[in-house]
Design a protein. Structure first.
Lengths: 194, 554
């Protein structure tokens, strides 16, 4: 998958050419936030926005406030560390694709544009998308491997963070259990050996 | 220090091995029981849906772990992928004392007489190795009874007109239906189906010194917090250990069955809990490591006498790997049908197990175990959004309104569906890993379509307003396995077309036995665990009765 992944230097050049602005790069930014274990602050803002799209706030808390970014971040340095590269590349590709199409960061887009954009990624249409400016090798914008597979991954992890046990860092205040109407602990006083 | 020679080593402390350990040690044989995992504890995983044996997103709660185990799968397009135990295609079975019986849903089914003679009933099926077992239901009936009484089953087969003949009832009364099952039960009667309570390896009353089930939702996929679920870890294995004749060696990984210069099987080689290689000699070796891992051990035991692995002269070890083709339907009801009474699965019909025109075998249909919140995020009618506001709304509106009927359709055995040993990839101990390959039969398409249709009809009659079918075989699909894995060392009378004889002994060896689902010629239209336990009693009794006669299996 690295073979289709454009180099950082080329990327900077392209972004500078296409939009005249410099996107902060994940690993060379100085916005390191010790609150996160794996994500940079920039990545975390992006993940916040994506997971909030996947499970939006309505009369109940959404994924962002329920700590789903924290859940994913925690799993990426423990049980799910094998997905670190997928996330790093997927988020990076998503960021540059967004920049190219909208000249904005994903989390700065209006809500409906965010939704539209994620739907395209879910359907894999960015793999087929020709660059607006036609300057990329092969004419492709999305260069992080299969965009559908990255979307499926983050969608699945968002669901797990929101609907799984709060012990893993998501589902804050048991929000999803309360929303569904499930008691937790399962039976008061009976959730340990008797 | 050299290990003391024992009468028997048993590889794998699951449904089969646990029973054999008890039978042998009670009869006075000295036994070493190997288990690659350790004792499972409930407290480490309480109610944690995404780290359970049911939903393994963060790993297998009851093993094996992702760090040290690997398996290879050959995809239908020929591509090979290396898989972790918690990933879907691995065909995992738990690695702990009791294995799957710690965290299973615990349905305690007997196979039906037809399930032991599929070829006689259905004839030769082209492209399939469908065959009769060398033993009949009548042979195994007393051992089913032992399994039911010594391990514990709650049920009442007298309510099932298709139930096979039995001499003794199940030892505990059946469970009361939860709300979903009550609704489905009366609907089934209206349709002319014959509903009855699912037999469960779970205490409906205090039994075996353990308390009664208190019906939590986190049951299947979890150890029981009050020890009301009956597995080998809390029944026969403690009995074996209490005899003082049985030593349980946990965190010990057997890598080879040892053969001496004359071709005799002398014991096993294993890595202990500190990864040190050790030898354990024994008069008898019993392998009960699950259909995938038993085959892998036999194939990894190569010597001048067994150049292709033990029992594999005719290339049958690892063949005919079967699981079940789960199929059924979902339905959305207009009112809540969820009453939080676990484990959920409660009502069954055997109307579709045999003698349905054009269908080979078939399977039991049941209401499903409770769907937990994360699992439910994947349960949507076709073409529904899989994320966003509407998805979230569906979750809270319909979590308690979706019912599910599903069943284990009996797969047709295929010679090409197999596990063998990968020539390149090794696990943490340096042992070549298993490699899964081959496709299942397209003949399963009709049967799964039929069963899913019957499930759909049942849900509609029960009042579901919107229904959709699942699990229908529509194209080539790779070999399954998972917790119901079976068939890789099938028993038979002809050594050319089977691996073991009717007592589970590997053809051509006097003292090597298999005692797990590997023996199944066909896998029934039921969850197979009670049959594996019954085979454990059958094989255990054969060995001990021969032993008493002075046979030392030389």
């Amino acid at each position: 998958m690295n073979s289709t992944f454009i180099s950082r230097r080329k990327f900077i050049k392209l972004v500078a050419l296409s939009s005249g602005s410099l996107l902060l790069l994940p690993r060379c930014s100085n916005s390191f936030n010790p609150a996160w274990r794996f994500f940079t602050a920039e990545e975390a803002s992006l993940v916040d926005a994506i997971v909030e799209q996947i499970i939006p706030t309505d009369e109940w808390m959404g994924a962002k406030d329920a700590g789903v970014t924290n859940f994913i971040d925690k799993q990426l340095v423990t049980h799910l560390s094998r997905f670190q590269n997928k996330y790093r590349e997927g988020l990076y590709s998503l960021a540059i694709t967004c920049q190219e199409l909208y000249h904005k960061k994903f989390h700065e887009l209006p809500w409906d544009d965010q939704t539209e954009f994620l739907k395209k990624i879910e359907n894999g249409s960015h793999n087929e998308l020709t660059s607006i400016h036609g300057r990329y090798e092969g004419g492709r914008i999305w260069n992080g491997g299969d965009d559908r597979s990255f979307f499926r991954l983050i969608r699945d992890h968002t669901m797990a963070g929101f609907y799984g046990s709060p012990r893993h860092g998501g589902n804050r205040k048991y929000v999803s259990y309360r929303m569904i109407g499930l008691n937790y602990p399962v039976i008061q006083g009976r959730n340990k050996h008797v | 220090m050299k290990n003391k020679h024992v009468n028997a080593v048993i590889v794998g402390a699951g449904a089969g091995g646990g029973v054999v350990a008890k039978e042998l040690s009670v009869a006075g044989l000295s036994v070493v029981l190997f288990e690659r995992g350790g004792w499972a504890t409930y407290d480490d995983h309480d109610h944690d849906e995404i780290f359970s044996q049911r939903t393994t997103l963060l790993g297998n709660a009851y093993g094996p772990d992702n760090e040290r185990h690997r398996r290879v799968r050959v995809l239908p397009n020929g591509e090979e992928v290396v898989l972790l135990p918690s990933e879907g295609g691995y065909a995992n079975n738990a690695a702990c004392v009791g294995s799957g019986t710690v965290s299973y849903g615990a349905m305690g089914w007997r196979f039906m007489p037809e399930d032991f003679k599929m070829k006689s009933v259905y004839g030769t099926v082209e492209g399939s190795t469908l065959d009769d077992w060398p033993i009949t239901y009548e042979d195994l009936e007393p051992y089913y009874e032992k399994a039911e009484w010594e391990i514990g089953v709650a049920g009442d087969d007298s309510q099932n007109p298709f139930s096979p003949p039995r001499k003794k009832p199940q030892p505990m009364p059946p469970f009361e239906h939860n709300k979903e099952a009550q609704i489905l039960e009366s609907a089934a009667r209206r349709l002319g189906y014959h509903p009855f309570p699912i037999p469960m390896l779970r205490n409906s009353i205090p039994y075996g010194g353990r308390p009664q089930c208190y019906r939590i939702r986190t049951c299947v996929g979890f150890a029981c917090p009050v020890n009301a679920k009956c597995g080998t870890h809390n029944t026969v294995i403690p009995v074996a250990l209490n005899t003082k004749n049985c030593e349980l060696r946990t965190h010990s990984v057997v890598n080879e069955i040892l053969v001496d210069d004359s071709g005799n099987i002398t014991g096993v080689s294993y890595f202990d809990d500190r990864k040190k290689r050790q030898i354990q000699t024994a008069d008898i070796v019993i392998v009960s490591a699950s259909a995938t891992e038993t085959a892998r051990l036999l194939l990894n035991s190569k010597s001048t006498f067994f150049p292709n692995g033990i029992g594999n002269e005719n290339d049958w070890v690892g063949r005919n790997l079967q699981g079940h083709a789960y199929c059924g339907a979902y339905g959305i009801f207009d009112e809540d049908i969820y009453d939080d009474r676990g484990p959920g699965a409660s009502v069954a019909v055997c109307d579709f197990n045999h003698h349905n025109p054009g269908i080979i075998g078939g399977g039991v249909l049941c209401n499903e175990f409770l769907r937990l919140p994360y699992l439910f995020t994947g349960i949507r009618p076709p073409n529904s959004p899989s994320w966003g506001a509407e998805h979230k709304k569906f979750q809270r509106t319909n979590f308690k309104r979706v019912g599910q009927v599903i069943g284990p359709y009996q797969e047709i055995p295929m010679f090409e569906a197999r596990i063998d040993v990968d020539p390149r990839i090794k696990d943490y101990w340096g042992i070549p890993v298993g490699r899964l390959s081959g496709n299942l039969s397209m003949k399963d398409a009709e049967g799964t379509e039929f069963m899913a249709g019957m499930a759909e009809r049942w849900l509609i009659e029960a009042g579901a307003s919107s229904v959709w079918k699942t699990g229908i075989v529509r194209g080539p699909r790779p070999v399954s396995g998972g917790q119901h894995q079976a068939g890789t060392c099938r028993m038979g009378n002809d050594p050319k077309t089977s691996v073991c004889d009717r007592y589970g002994r590997v053809h051509g060896t006097p003292n090597l036995f298999v005692a797990d689902g590997s023996l199944h010629v066909t896998n029934g239209g039921f969850n197979p665990v009670l049959t594996i336990m019954a085979l454990g009693f059958w094989i255990g009794e054969y060995i001990t009765s021969e032993w008493r006669k002075g046979n030392r299996f030389k």
